[in-house]
Ligand binder design. Structure first.
Ligand SMILES: [Zn+2]
Ligand SMILES: [Zn+2]
Length: 265
């Protein structure tokens, strides 16, 4: 009996030792990979491109300048409001939106807009990790309350995707999905019209530009609650057009999250 006990103990110790060696080797491998990656392709700040150490996601100076969206904010579009007695911003008080509500992470600033521009047009795909993480942290409460079936990035036309090489909203959505364990579907919704860039248009033409731009891949209801992910909220026309197509296909509730939004009045 004593002998058996000793053998069992010895086996457990050996297993423990093996696991420890395995774990230590894994850590060495991770550290080595991180160090090699740091040398070949150093991590840079998503705002100013300064080189970061492997444990940093943004430099201290830029972090201190970031302005997150806080209450009071419009219950519909998520724009921060100056008047806390108001429930909706001037736009949402008069205009109907097809999505239930939008929340955003950062207030639109020169620093954030420049970063999002480089992310979208200058191949800064690595910024997605920072954006996805910030979105998952800042919107954790809303995501939990909404309890969605799926995350869907606002799609870009395939011609733009071929030219640019990626859909910036899909990169953020993937990072958000990883951190929230929510499935990301990049095929359910697609863009049928290669629309003009929205920044060149005013509010009325923006709406017309995207009105019939989106379609559901197959008209089979798969989801009840959806989170749409996009980079910037301006007038909400793109999200409305997506939401309209999704509602027509039988989706019940559409929520949105954007990286940045302007100030509301
Ligand atoms: Zn920086
Ligand atoms: Zn609003």
């Amino acid at each position: 009996m004593e002998g058996r006990k000793i053998i069992l103990k010895k086996n457990t110790d050996e297993k423990f030792k093996t696991e420890n060696i395995g774990e230590r080797l894994r850590k060495i491998k991770v550290n080595l990979t991180e160090n090699i990656l740091d040398i070949i392709c150093p991590k840079t700040c998503p705002m100013c491109d300064k080189i970061l150490s492997s444990h940093e996601n943004i430099c201290t100076a830029c972090h201190s300048k970031l302005v997150y969206i806080h209450e009071p904010k419009c219950k519909k579009c998520g724009k921060e409001l100056r008047d806390e007695t108001k429930e909706y911003c001037a736009d949402c008080s008069v205009n109907k939106h097809f999505f239930k509500c939008n929340v955003a992470v950062f207030e639109y600033s020169h620093m954030v807009s420049r970063s999002l521009y480089k992310f979208k047009y200058h191949n800064r795909r690595t910024y997605a990790k920072f954006y996805g993480e910030a979105m998952a942290k800042h919107c954790a409460y809303d995501i939990e309350m909404w309890n969605p079936d799926v995350i869907i990035p606002v799609p870009i036309h395939y011609k733009k995707r071929i030219k640019r090489g990626y859909n910036q909203a899909a990169l953020i959505a993937r990072e958000l999905g990883k951190r929230t364990n929510i499935f990301v579907d990049e095929k359910y919704l697609y863009r049928v019209v290669n629309t003009k860039p929205m920044k060149e248009l005013n509010k009325t033409t923006r709406k017309k530009n995207v009105e019939k731009a989106f379609k559901i891949y197959k008209n089979v209801v798969k989801y009840n609650k959806i989170i749409l992910v996009d980079d910037i909220y301006t007038t909400g026309s793109t999200l409305d057009a997506c939401a309209k197509a999704l509602l027509a296909a039988g989706v019940k509730e559409i929520y949105c999250i954007c990286m940045s939004v302007g100030y509301g009045i």
